[in-house]
Design a binder for this molecule. Sequence first.
Ligand code: NAD
Length: 267
Amino acid sequence: MQSPLAGQKAIVTGASSGIGRAVAIAMGRAGADVLVNFVSSPDAAEQVARQIRASGSKAIVYKADVSNESEVAEMFAHARAEFGTVDILVANAGLQQDAAFTEMTLAQWNKVISVNLGGQFLCAREAVKEFRRRGVVANVSKAAGKIICMSSVHQVIPWGGHVNYAASKGGIDLLMRSLAQEVAPERIRVNSIAPGAIRTPINRDAWETPEAYKRLMTLIPYGRIGEPEDIGKAAVWLASDESDYVVGTTLFVDGGMTLYPGFSDNG
Ligand code: NAD
């Protein structure tokens, strides 16, 4: 299928860099019009929008902090005003504020939980309201709407020194599955993608030097780092009718990182 998302409207949060950027561009190429959300880099967001327009889809950039209730509501209102509706939400925005456990401040804990988990709640809530208002539209999609939560392998792999981040991603798993159960009867599909190590600014320390890359490879059976485009392709599939019977699941895109590679030679 050439344009699996033709006629659909998407919001991608945190789309000015890394995975969100690649997802927004891939969705534009797949035929969706895209609202490119950013919080701090308008120029980078505009560059993403330009790439989407070059592929023939519409794109708008919109500044909003996903942890701010009114800004999220205004972002959805803006998307409706510009595009008429929203068919796809990719709740991707996220951050890390790492610290050893007893050094971690309450501010670091709260920031990561409110952006990574609270932001997904606020964006998904607005998306469900819009999907419910509009319902299924024949010839656009079999579903009334699709939500893709950007989780992480750290929804299952514990991560010392990053308890706020791991807790936020573990929380996304049950947020996603509980919501999926609640809204599936309305033909709203909610799923997650759990990336492994993807080459983006968030984890530069893990891949930038040859030594760091070699160390990283001990964790990845498939023997390469993931690229943002690997996640873009997965997101297009999860948003399309090709995955219409996929409801409430997490798609791990991790080169096998969750296969316990430390046990590959008898532990
Ligand atoms: P990134 O830092 O390039 O992207 C994160 C984006 O979120 C940035 O554009 C940032 O500006 C935005 N953002 C942060 N706070 C925001 C807020 N309050 N409101 C709106 N936007 C905000 O890193 P990335 O790797 O592309 O991360 C994207 C998502 O993928 C995150 O949820 C991250 O946890 C997840 N993830 C990344 C990896 C990886 O290896 N890169 C692995 C697993 C999961």
